[in-house]
Design a protein around this ligand. Structure first.
Ligand code: IMP
Length: 425
């Protein structure tokens, strides 16, 4: 085995940290970019020379014509994938030339989307993206899922679809009073998708492991973020996969000891979409200001994001569970012009102060952040490329962030465009 050159990029807040831009930058130096979890719930926005690309399934590395892999841990919406390939094609990027789709990946089927939508209408909604993610992963674990490889065994595919439609129609009708699905139409539609995607389907476990063992620079691209992790996030207000670095192994088949470095991506403040606890949320004019200045609207659903100050407690916990050795801080420019910038160092839960992340969602919802205040800065940061040129108060804020999280900041993003980035190490 040659020297390992693997890196995993993970969001260490509630998703939307700007991973797409960081992966796009790092992909210039990579041989292969691999998505390992999530599905079309993700929305990675990359701006190249003023041109905006929003990718939901295809790794951001595609813009550099790198080998891009959708690995076994991803749940794949085939129509969305084809639309992305076509959209990139219409803009001169032949994604299908460099794209590999795992034969073990699970397929998001129409009943998954129908169930996701139906479950979100009643009480206890999570605020999902309604892309069928939860129901698809639920079927995977319940051993009722349909994998990409099943698409190419016509008889068993038909049997699986018919059995699933029968079961899911009963649930849709009995629990939600929702209309049922028609298996014939689904079979015809999915046979068409399967034919178009056939050339991309391969054993990505072998492909990626060979690349890693051969000393290739392999980048693992996480979707969502640590606080949305099904095990470690603010359960049940989470997504149904493992966005953390621990998800790389189960999501690709690359063993844990071969993940060399982990880079955490955090915004200079915090956002969250959907329901669930968000201790540092600002429900006032300051929250609105961050939303407008940061363009904080969901890339997948267009929903306004909830905005708040940097949550040191949640982010430090995320650094711990990911073993992040490096940090990319994004959207620092959005904080310019504020008199002061706040950073939550602890939570007050039931009168007690703690710097640990509570496991209990109810406790988290009622907790009050303890803030440290920093002097703001006014300068426009978007043209700064050298860390030393940042305004003094911004450097003090970042220095504190580094110390608090005990991880080195290697990149600072100061604008949407690829080039609006400070590379430090
Ligand atoms: P689901 O992943 O669609 O099931 O949604 C579950 C939760 O994760 C909801 O709160 C979503 O808003 C959130 N979520 C899913 N994907 C993303 C993402 O890419 N960015 C931010 N939040 C996400």
């Amino acid at each position: 085995m040659k020297k390992l050159r693997t890196k995993c990029v993970v969001g260490i807040q509630w998703g939307d940290e700007g991973k797409g831009k960081i992966v796009d930058l790092l992909a210039q130096e990579a041989d292969m970019v691999v998505r390992y979890q999530g599905g079309a719930n993700a929305g990675h926005t990359v701006v190249v020379k003023g041109e905006k690309f929003v990718l939901h399934l295809i790794p951001s590395g595609v813009l550099h014509r790198r080998a891009c892999v959708i690995a076994n841990g991803v749940v794949v919406d085939l129509l969305q994938l084809l639309q992305e390939i076509d959209e990139l094609g219409s803009r001169g990027i032949r994604a299908d030339r460099n794209l590999f789709l795992s034969d073990r990946a699970h397929v998001v089927m129409p009943w998954h989307k129908a169930l996701d939508k139906a479950a979100e209408t009643g009480k206890g909604k999570i605020g999902t993206t309604q892309r069928g993610i939860g129901p698809c992963y639920a079927d995977k674990i319940a051993r009722k899922g349909i994998r990409v490889s099943d698409l190419y065994s016509p008889a068993s595919f038909e049997a699986l679809v018919r059995a699933q439609v029968e079961e899911k129609n009963r649930i849709l009708s009995a629990l939600y009073g929702a209309p049922g699905l028609e298996p014939g139409a689904i079979l015809a539609e999915y046979r068409g998708y399967a034919a178009r995607l056939k050339g991309l389907v391969t054993d990505t476990v072998d492909l990626v492991n060979r690349a890693v063992d051969g000393g290739k620079r392999v980048l693992f691209e996480g979707a969502q973020g640590s606080m949305l992790d099904v095990d470690f996030g603010t359960y049940p207000f989470v997504t149904s996969s493992s966005p953390n670095a621990s998800g790389v192994s189960s999501g690709t088949g690359v063993p844990p000891r071969k993940i060399l470095t982990v880079l955490g991506v955090a915004k200079a403040y915090c956002t969250r979409v959907g329901e669930g606890p968000f201790p540092t949320e600002l429900k006032d004019a300051m929250g609105d200001r961050l939303r407008e200045a940061g363009g904080e609207y969901g890339a997948t659903t267009g929903r306004p994001r909830r905005c708040g100050w940097f949550d040191g407690v949640a982010t430090r916990y995320a650094v711990q569970i990911n073993g992040a050795q490096e940090l990319a801080v994004t959207k620092l420019d959005v904080l310019s012009g504020l008199d002061e910038v706040l950073f939550a160092t602890e939570y007050r839960v039931n009168g007690k102060v703690t710097d640990r992340m509570p496991s209990e969602t109810g406790g988290l919802a009622g907790c009050e952040p303890v803030y440290r205040k920093f002097k703001g800065w006014t300068a426009d940061l978007s043209k700064i490329r050298d860390y030393d040129d940042l305004p003094g108060p911004a450097k003090i804020y970042l220095k504190f962030l580094e110390r608090y999280l005990n991880v080195k900041i290697s990149m600072v993003s100061v604008g949407k465009d690829r080039e609006k980035t400070i590379i430090r190490h």
